[in-house]
Write a protein that binds this ligand. Structure first.
Ligand code: GAP
Length: 397
């Protein structure tokens, strides 16, 4: 979304910003969830988490809903009074808006272009849960894409498709994803239009990402509060205007959870079950494992050299504990796409085997071809496309 695009700038803004940022963005006033409390056990609940009328824990009567602001407060400096209150950011987006002019001045970008940011966000959620689905400290990845008013619908549709395809390209099954349009009453205070990308989690369909048309809401608000113009001058039409914004806003934790759920598999394997994660190589935390067939000194020496070499390119794991079969299983379970095995024959012919996680097929390649071969395979090349001197070693199916 950033490195491979000409129209995107990556940013890392502050978590603690001037408190007026949140007055301008509307969060101090609007960023609240309706909360009810059980009159018997005093447990508090989000209204949209309730299925029936009573308390889900004890069946007790619930209070009328009241608005609960989700902003986390702290104090800046040594004095803890109202004047020194600051907020932990509840979204990364505002750090982008307050840097819009800065980025425009320093990068010479012209519309349409986007600013993207990954970082922590904090919300004092009433109820957390479903593992990492909802927590109070989480990671967002957001894009604010600035466009000319009038072209916003076209860019909104573009980003809906682009973001949907991002998940499927990285391995999520299409049937587990859907787009859901927000109804008028659901729309956030800044949004003109919004769709959620939802994933079919084990606990049901739930939001992974929201794509909103924020129009000129944020830049106008920041311009008003700071009394500094945030207008853009369009060289072609010679017009001044406030850009419109299309915002894809995703949760890193929720995406990680969806990738894990989608990749998890159990296969019958002789008397046992093979547990594996079919993670896309770009997402696998460990790309390659290097495994000496035994702990004999000569073998370990060669393996360590290969390990040191490959670590310069990727996150690589070294494992010499237990049988080779068990070590393959361990790597399958954490989704490592390739295992490289160094055996006694490697000492004679300077070749090693590469085993693929999903098919368990193996090829044998010269050590000097190993780095380039793994780079090609991690980018999606078929295993049986062989480098010079390579051969098919074992075909499982
Ligand atoms: N800037 C727009 C915005 O923040 P949002 O729908 O409130 O929109 C965007 O949040 C994404 O952040 C959500 O789609 C979700 O993936 C993630 N997210 C929101 N609250 C979360 C929480 N408490 N725990 C984990 N992820 C959360």
């Amino acid at each position: 979304m950033v490195q491979e695009r000409d129209d995107m700038i990556g940013l890392d803004a502050s978590i603690l910003m001037h408190p007026q940022t949140w007055a301008a963005s509307g969060h101090l006033k609007e960023f609240a969830d309706p909360l009810v409390e059980c009159k018997s056990c005093h447990q508090r609940w989000r209204v949209d988490d309730l299925a029936g009328n009573g308390c889900p824990d004890c069946g007790g009567e619930l209070t009328e809903p009241r608005q609960f602001n989700l902003m986390f407060k702290t104090f800046m400096g040594p004095i803890e009074d109202e004047a020194s209150v600051v907020y932990l950011r509840p979204e990364t987006a505002q750090g982008i808006f307050v840097n819009f002019q800065n980025v425009l001045n320093t990068t010479r970008k012209r519309l349409p272009f986007g600013i993207a940011q990954i970082g922590k966000a904090f919300r004092n959620e009433i109820t957390t849960g479903n593992f990492i689905f909802r927590s109070r400290e989480f990671e967002q990845m957001e894009i604010e894409f600035f466009v000319k008013p009038g072209s916003d619908k076209e860019w909104f549709d573009y980003w809906l498709e682009e973001r949907f395809n991002w998940y499927t390209k990285l391995g999520i099954k299409k049937e587990n994803l859907k787009l859901r349009q927000h109804m008028k009453k659901e729309l956030a205070h800044y949004a003109k239009e919004c769709y959620d990308i939802e994933y079919q989690f084990p606990m049901g369909w739930a939001e992974l990402e929201g794509i909103a048309n924020r129009a000129d809401y944020d830049l106008t608000q920041h311009a008003n509060f700071s009394t500094k113009s945030l207008e853009y001058f369009d060289d072609e039409s010679k017009e001044h205007f406030i850009p419109y914004v299309i915002e894809p806003s995703a949760g890193v934790d929720r995406s990680a959870l969806a990738f894990l759920c989608d990749a998890y598999d159990e296969e019958p394997d002789k008397e046992e079950i093979r547990v594996l994660l079919h993670l896309h190589p770009a997402l696998a935390p460990i790309k390659v494992a290097v495994l000496p067939l035994s702990r004999r000194e000569k073998l370990v020496e060669v393996t360590k050299q290969i390990y040191a070499d490959l670590r310069q390119c990727w996150m690589v794991s070294y494992d010499d504990a237990q049988s080779i079969g068990r070590r393959y299983r361990r790597q399958d379970e954490i989704g490592t796409p390739f295992c490289v095995t160094i055996d006694f024959q490697s000492l004679e012919d300077n070749q090693v085997t590469i085993r693929e996680r999903d098919t368990m097929n193996q090829i044998r390649v010269p050590i000097k071809e190993l780095r380039t071969t793994l780079a090609a395979k991690l980018s999606g090349e078929e295993l049986f496309v062989l480098p010079p001197g390579g051969q098919i070693w074992k075909e499982e199916k």
